[in-house]
Design a protein. Structure first.
Length: 135
């Protein structure tokens, strides 16, 4: 039995080795930084914005809002790019889908950079084409 627990019904101490303190809110500078990174992550697809949203959604309102916006924009585009990349394996029409996949990547990257620059200035960015899958 744990030495700290003298009585069998007693709860263990709230703070014990291995526990981590609650995450602190982001500073305004950090909030803008992570919001910017969520948009710049569009170059790599939807994964960076999803990770940033999951990790920082409760720590910074601006980061949560912008990471959600970036994820909503990049998820369908990432799925479309993956499908196009798979279709490039077809001998007769593979070249066409390769061009489409590159076009999607360029479109997502350029829009992500524009959105990231706006977020870095502290201004929320709304993509013109966005499904808003996560409300």
């Amino acid at each position: 039995m744990n030495e700290r627990m003298k009585d069998p019904g007693q709860r263990p101490d709230a703070h014990f080795e291995g526990s981590s303190p609650a995450a602190e809110p982001l500073t305004p500078s950090q909030d803008r930084q992570w919001a910017t990174m969520a948009h710049f992550g569009a170059i790599l697809g939807c994964v960076p914005s999803a990770i940033i949203y999951y990790v920082y959604r409760d720590r910074g309102a601006f980061t949560s809002q912008e990471a959600k916006e970036a994820f909503n924009f990049t998820l369908p585009m990432t799925v479309a790019a993956i499908i196009c990349n798979i279709l490039t394996l077809l001998p007769a029409i593979g070249g066409f889908f390769a061009i489409i996949a590159v076009g999607i990547w360029v479109f997502v990257s350029v829009n992500g950079i524009i959105a990231g620059l706006e977020a870095n200035r502290g201004r929320p960015y709304r993509y013109r084409i966005n499904l808003r899958l996560i409300a």
